[in-house]
Design a protein around this ligand. Structure first.
Ligand code: FES
Ligand SMILES: [Fe+2]
Length: 398
């Protein structure tokens, strides 16, 4: 049977290339340009405002890509801020790791103490310092904005665009969505792969029929869409999103049937009731919708579903290594049955995630050796075409 679903494209699809020269993109020299012109200029999501729930809450986020460690706090005024996690005396890490809640934070080296708004409060044995102005020795701030519970940072002292400009149309389309969910599981791995290849593995659905044939064999497409064409794809200035097609004929396995007896349908058994979903989720209101995939350029890929979402962050360490963190967020459980149901879907999610990782190291090995100089991309991989267009554009900026 031939495919009956044609993709509805929105956005500027001009100037995309279907054949991408890949070898140079995997080199250390190229990565250094990406670090300077993409990662140091982008608004990057690094956590949730709900991770700093109370005044005085804080967490540390290591940022190998930017060669820094960040300290994210909620001040006594309720505001979320990020700082370089560096004591202004001699640069010790102010907070080694983890998270906590405290009105003040003291450096373990010589005891300098800062408020969670970043001011330097106490210099121990201060008289020995002669002419020290504490007012200019607060923690070095990093521009920070909260959008729909997500904390974005930008390490430029003066970002070229506001977060609103950076997010563009998507800014107003997800109101209230994240607040419905809580983190249910988290997986972290370092892979021997370039970050571009890693992101690419999560932003097309072409592979699902083959790579996931054992774990979730019939969760997308089905008889009405055997090639699993994406019903909807949208390209923005830098980001993009598409919708994945559910299989209306999907047969529940016994384990899935049990899990949804006690809780809601989550991936790969989808809840078709879209009541109350914000306009950005399933933007074309496709009837047999499974979930959306959104790339917040450059390095965050989110899957938006009904009652759940998944966040995947790709942090390049160097040209050949990427840290990947996957967080699963589900509706807030009201009882033990719903918690157990969550665990079933979380273990299924982990299995699919491992399959997605499985090709990366092999692909990176081949492509970085130069034995294949180009990759070929189909219309169903338009998100990848767009990704490389944006990378190239940003590297060309002065
Ligand atoms: S480095 Fe922090 S008090 Fe000395
Ligand atoms: Fe996949």
């Amino acid at each position: 049977m031939s495919a009956k679903v044609e993709t509805l494209f929105r956005g500027d699809t001009g100037q995309l290339q279907r054949r991408i020269a890949i070898t140079e993109k995997l080199t250390p020299a190229y990565f250094e340009q990406e670090r300077e012109k993409i990662f140091r200029r982008a608004w990057l999501p690094i956590g949730h405002a709900s991770d700093v729930p109370d005044d005085g809450s804080y967490f540390v986020r290591e940022m190998p890509t930017l060669r820094t460690s960040l300290l994210v706090t909620r001040g006594q005024d309720g505001q979320v801020r990020a700082f370089h996690n560096a004591c202004t005396h001699r640069g010790n890490k102010l907070v080694r790791e983890g998270s906590g809640c405290s009105r003040t934070l003291s450096c373990g080296f010589h005891g300098w103490t800062f408020s969670c708004e970043g001011e330097l409060l106490v210099v121990t044995d201060e008289a020995q310092f002669r002419d020290l102005d504490k007012r200019v020795l607060g923690l070095r701030p990093v521009p920070t904005e909260v959008w729909e519970d997500l904390i974005f940072i930008n390490v430029e002292d003066e970002p070229r665009e506001s977060l609103r400009e950076w997010l563009g149309e998507m800014h107003d389309e997800y109101h209230g969505y994240f607040e419905q969910h809580q983190r249910a599981a988290s997986n972290r791995v370092i892979v021997r792969s370039n970050w571009n290849l890693a992101v690419n593995s999560f932003t097309e659905g072409y592979h699902t029929l083959y790579l996931h044939k054992r774990s979730v064999p019939d969760y997308q497409g089905g008889r009405i869409n055997p090639e699993r064409h994406r019903p909807f794809m949208q390209l923005f200035k830098r980001h993009h999103r598409y919708s994945a097609p559910a299989n209306p004929d999907h047969k529940l396995t016994p384990a899935e049937a049990l899990a949804i007896k006690y809780g809601r349908k989550l991936i790969p058994a989808f809840d078709g009731d879209m009541t109350g979903m914000p306009p950005g989720v399933n933007p074309s209101r496709y009837e047999h919708w499974a979930f959306d995939v959104v790339q917040f350029f450059p390095n965050a890929v989110f899957l938006f579903g009904n009652h759940w979402h998944i966040e995947i962050f790709f942090w390049p360490i160097d040209a050949d290594h990427t840290e990947i963190v996957q967080d699963l967020w589900y509706y807030k459980p009201r009882n033990a049955g719903e918690r157990i149901s969550h665990q079933f879907f979380a273990s299924r999610g982990r299995q699919v995630f491992l399959e997605d990782l499985n090709t990366l190291e092999a692909q990176h090995g081949v492509l970085s050796s130069g034995s294949l100089t180009h990759v070929q991309l189909s219309q169903q991989e338009m998100s990848l075409q767009h990704h490389y267009k944006v990378v190239t554009e940003m590297l060309a900026e002065p």
